[in-house]
Design a protein around this ligand. Structure first.
Ligand code: COA
Length: 466
């Protein structure tokens, strides 16, 4: 284990030093500027040049980004930097997430033209770029969000200025440098993907209000998403969720227990789609808990310990304490005096429905379980604790009517049936991936066409061959 860590550290050092030499060459080749104004101006020029390039050029740029980032040393570097710098999540899960966004974020194939033909001719609806997009990226999924935003935004003909979270500076800058290395080698216009050397909230604000930024995309905590959505510009907001998982008496309980622990413990619960509370019917709760424990869950049954945990990880204002977000279960247990093995990946306990653990999204490997009488109560409570975020919900059941009822009533962007939450972003589930899930503004799982304007082109009286 120690040896493996040493090898990975060596890889990280090598990659970082290689791209730092690239840095020394010139600002333009790595996409990082000293001020936000310079970055936006450069991206503006870059996008103008991109408009003169072909769709096959754009395809090539995306392919080159994928090829560069899929190199083993780069995947390892971004994953290790992400885990170490933010202190959140798990290196080996970040490897899965980074590979996922590189492989499963759609490129130009997402931009399918709509056509209407008839006696009056042919009308096309095309996906056209906005221009320069300003993208806010989070500390929870720093490289993943930059990669999936970049692929979608460039595919649809935009350039992008990133304002990364200040606690993920090195990871974000390294991702941007690697992307620029790939774009330079592919012969792309300079400065399609840019950022600044010292990200901060002030620089993010400059970006938000810059007149040359035509669209804003915010992936982050509630405060920053609120700022962007009140900017008066076209904005896409991907913010908080609090995904409930419902289990009824018809479910395959053994599988449900494993799926829930797999999903909720993924990257120590920081993905916004991860299971955050379980609502299960009385008839099967005990067996569900028994099977969760077989799959790496540690059950707290003493009230005093649960209270100790509450005081440890939740602020007096009822919010998650950042220093515990994305930490290992064994680390958190240790702080309340419980020594647990490293294969313990989740802390579980029974809770009341109005417990802060249930109603607040904590993004920690802590999973409260609420016992209810029947599936109808479970669905109603899931809707209540999801809190109108319309983000993600999960249900384990074999009752098709109830699965349909919950999917319809809860109105979440993602609804996963009988699988771990991450199936909803394409891990072991069909469909493309993204880490920018726009519930509040309704775009859903963003992709290239989300970052494009729909424009109509009308040819009168011709080309109808029906
Ligand atoms: N650039 C610059 N500043 C940023 C920023 C960015 N990209 N993102 C956040 N900030 C700012 C905030 O506005 C805030 O500024 P302030 O101190 O002046 O108020 C500061 O950084 C800290 O914000 P935040 O990280 O949200 O606060 P926190 O440390 O209390 O919370 C988390 C940590 C992990 C709970 C929080 O970041 C969060 O909820 N993240 C979820 C992100 C996510 O993945 N959402 C979308 C899923 S689809």
């Amino acid at each position: 284990m120690k040896n493996q860590e040493k090898i990975i550290d060596e890889i990280v050092k090598k990659v970082v030093s290689k791209i730092s030499n690239q840095d020394a060459m010139d600002t333009e080749s790595c996409g990082l500027f000293d001020s936000m104004n310079e970055a936006v101006e450069a991206a503006y020029k870059g996008q103008k040049e991109l408009m003169d390039r072909s769709m096959s050029d754009r395809r090539k740029y995306v392919e080159c980004i994928r090829a560069e980032l899929l190199k083993s040393e780069n995947l390892h570097t971004l994953s290790k930097l992400g885990a170490d710098e933010t202190g959140m999540g798990k290196y080996d899960h970040k490897l899965i997430k980074n590979r996922l966004v590189v492989e499963k974020t759609p490129g130009i194939e997402d931009l399918v033209t709509e056509a209407m033909a008839g006696d009056d001719g042919l009308t096309l609806v095309e996906f056209s770029p906005y221009g320069v997009i300003g993208a806010i990226t989070p500390t929870t999924n720093p490289s993943e969000t930059i990669i999936c935003n970049t692929i979608g935004m460039i595919a649809s003909g935009n350039s992008v200025v990133f304002a990364p979270h200040p606690r993920a500076i090195e990871t974000s800058k390294t991702t941007i440098k690697l992307i620029n290395k790939a774009l330079n080698e592919a012969g792309a216009p300079k400065n399609l993907v840019v950022s600044i050397n010292k990200p901060s909230i002030n620089e993010a604000n400059t970006m938000i209000h810059h007149p040359k930024i035509k669209m804003l995309v915010a992936t982050g905590g509630p405060d920053i998403v609120r700022i962007v959505l009140s900017s008066g510009k076209k904005a896409i907001g991907a913010g908080a969720g609090n995904p409930p998982v419902v289990v009824d008496e018809t479910a395959d309980i053994e599988k449900a227990a494993k799926d829930i622990i797999d999903g909720a413990s993924f990257d120590n619960n920081i993905p916004c789609i991860a299971e955050k509370e379980v609502i299960a019917v009385d008839a099967i709760v005990d067996y569900l808990i028994f099977n969760m424990k077989k799959n790496g869950a540690y059950e707290l049954s003493e009230k005093a310990k649960i209270n100790e945990l509450r005081n440890l990880v939740i602020t007096p204002e009822g919010k998650p304490k950042t220093e515990f977000v994305g930490k290992d279960a064994s680390y958190i247990l240790d702080k309340i005096g419980i020594k647990a093995d490293h294969d313990i990946r989740m802390i579980i306990f029974e809770a009341e429905k109005d417990d802060l653990f249930v109603i607040e999204e904590l993004m920690m490997p802590i999973l409260p379980i609420v016992r209810v009488d029947n599936v109808d109560q479970a669905i109603d409570l899931a809707i209540e604790v999801e809190n109108g975020n319309r983000h993600t919900a999960i249900m384990h059941s074999k009752n098709v009517d109830k699965l349909t009822e919950m999917a319809k009533k809860i109105q979440t962007t993602i609804f996963v049936k009988n699988g771990p939450s991450y199936a909803g972003i394409g891990v072991g589930g069909e469909g493309y991936t993204t880490f920018t899930i726009a519930g509040p503004t309704g775009e859903g799982l963003t992709s290239a066409k989300t970052f494009a304007r729909k424009r109509r082109c009308v040819l009168v009286g011709g080309f109808n061959i029906k």
